[in-house]
Ligand binder design. Structure first.
Ligand code: NAP
Length: 476
């Protein structure tokens, strides 16, 4: 697919970008590998200063960056501004904490001498990112790896080339050396070529299960470490003693934020029978209040979807769900007021286990609501998914909510609140939602060589219980 910005609000073709050549890819890898060699010897504090500058650049240019993002993929300008600020927060956090997180540490051992684990960069990282948060997805990989000392090549989504280039330009403008992050307009065939290169030592992808499977296969083939941040069918569980004002206030936003195009959007509302009718009435009321319009206009509360392709795919899933017996509690009406890629927010109920919607991720403003009779039924339904990314539990008692949360097989669960992503919190899932974590101290270690150094204590060399001597069969 060609890289181009086609404004989803008005279908205007804004700009097309030529694909990168194999030669450009080779040159980028060579430049990044040279930088990796330099960074290996450089004090980390130099990069911390630059990363703070990048955070400042994002804040100073918030409006321009936000507009570029909204024109690329259609999200509300207010949400784009929030995304730019979140990028600055992530950059500042890794600039402030990486020195501590990347410090060597000692291990208590019976081995002879002193055992230390040092944390080293490993090489160039190939990053493949999606359009739904065009800056934040990049920053989740960029900030920690910039501090580690791993230069990065970016292959962004074909529909958000403006944001990809704006991010790469921001990095350079804030004073990072060339090669810190190289944005290339790569084809699917060029991604495995990059992964095969011995100077590339890590692969980070955020995207669909299908894209993840293809890129993870290449990473496996060439024995490159990888992290996969994939899709989800996150549950929003409402127990019968939950505070329904809080639930009402958060549920519709948990589905419609970013027009429902979030990996951790609440896609399945699982509600105890006692509060089911109240929940559904309020959800319908709130879905009916959203206002479609120009995403640049602060009065608009529902943006267009990112592309005609995505809209058609969602409509196809919705039609199939209805054909298989699901009931429409709200929505499923064509949008006639605008030419852009708008989709009427829709609520489905009565989704049986054999309905395709029961298993699929619906990546847009369609909510599924399920009625359950017991807490155990809620947990079982939440877990009856091949995905395992995030989730939300609402309970009268937050401690009890946390007990329920721990029984949900996903990477992240928030109790009595909206799900949020912050640099100190690990982000990622289990099952077909992928593997590995981004952000936090865990995410920062994804592409670090945790190298063991054992310094022998000479006076203990004769001790047969110490070090390798103990493992040598000749000495047993
Ligand atoms: P996608 O089709 O997998 O695209 C994501 C990225 O992968 C894009 O850059 C895409 O390039 C690239 N790609 C796809 N197939 C590829 C292949 N065979 N070889 C090389 N690159 C390939 O995902 P999407 O549908 O646009 O994004 C939405 C999905 O991402 C949803 O499933 C959502 O849940 C998931 N997501 C997950 C997280 C998380 O953190 N877990 C966060 C956000 C989104 P092109 O654009 O050129 O196709």
């Amino acid at each position: 697919m060609a890289y181009r910005t086609l404004n989803p609000f008005n279908n205007e073709l804004v700009k097309e970008y030529p694909n990168s050549t194999d030669q450009e890819l080779d040159e980028a890898i060579a430049q990044e590998y040279d930088l990796y060699q330099t960074w290996k010897k450089q004090d980390i504090s130099e990069r911390a200063k630059i990363l703070h500058n990048i955070a400042k650049y994002f804040r100073d240019h918030e409006e321009d960056l936000a507009k570029t993002c909204t024109i690329d993929m259609g999200k509300l300008l207010t949400e784009s501004r929030g995304e730019v600020e979140l990028c600055a927060i992530i950059a500042d956090w890794f600039a402030d904490h990486s020195e501590e997180l990347l410090k060597p540490y000692k291990i208590d051992t019976i081995a002879t001498g002193e055992a230390i684990v040092e944390k080293h960069p490993t090489g160039v990282i190939m990053m493949v990112e999606p359009w739904n948060f065009p800056y934040y997805q990049i920053m989740r990989v960029f900030a920690p790896n910039f501090m580690v000392g791993n230069p990065m090549i970016l292959k962004h989504a074909a529909i958000t080339p403006g944001s990809a280039q704006a991010f790469a330009d921001a990095v350079l403008a804030a004073g990072a050396p060339k090669g810190s992050l190289t944005n290339l307009f790569l084809s699917y065939d060029q991604v495995p070529k990059a992964i095969a290169d011995p100077r590339v030592q890590g692969v980070a992808l955020t995207g669909s299960e299908k894209g993840g499977t293809a890129v993870a296969a290449a990473a496996g083939k060439y024995l490159k470490k990888s992290t996969m941040e994939l899709g989800g069918t996150d549950a929003f569980v409402v127990l019968d003693d939950a505070n329904m004002d809080d639930v009402t206030n958060i549920a519709w936003r948990a589905r419609l934020y970013n027009d429902g195009q979030v990996c951790t959007s609440s896609k399945r509302f699982i509600v105890m029978d006692k509060v089911y009718d109240e929940f559904l009435d309020k959800l319908v009321e709130n879905f009916s209040k959203v206002k479609m319009g120009d995403p640049m206009d602060p009065a608009t509360t529902l943006a267009p979807m990112n592309s005609e392709r995505a809209k058609n795919k969602l409509q196809g899933q919705l039609d199939a769900a209805i054909a298989a017996g699901a009931k429409v509690a709200y929505g499923n009406k064509p949008v006639t007021d605008f030419d852009g890629q708008f989709f009427t927010p829709t609520i489905l109920t009565d989704i049986s286990k054999d309905n395709p919607a029961y298993r699929e991720e619906m990546f847009g403003p369609v909510a599924q609501v399920y009625k359950v009779h017991t807490e155990q039924e809620a947990i079982d339904l939440a877990n009856d998914s091949m995905y395992g990314l995030g989730g939300i539990v609402f309970a009268g008692d937050a401690d009890h909510g946390a007990e329920v949360a721990s029984q949900i097989e996903t990477g992240m669960v928030f109790v009595n609140n909206f799900m949020s992503s912050l640099p100190e919190l690990p982000f990622g899932g289990v099952k077909n939602s992928g593997y590995g974590r981004e952000m936090s101290s865990i995410g920062q270690m994804a592409f670090v060589n945790e190298q063991l150094i054992v310094k022998a204590d000479h006076s203990n060399l004769a001790n047969p219980a110490g070090g390798l001597v103990a493992l040598d069969p000749q000495n047993k």
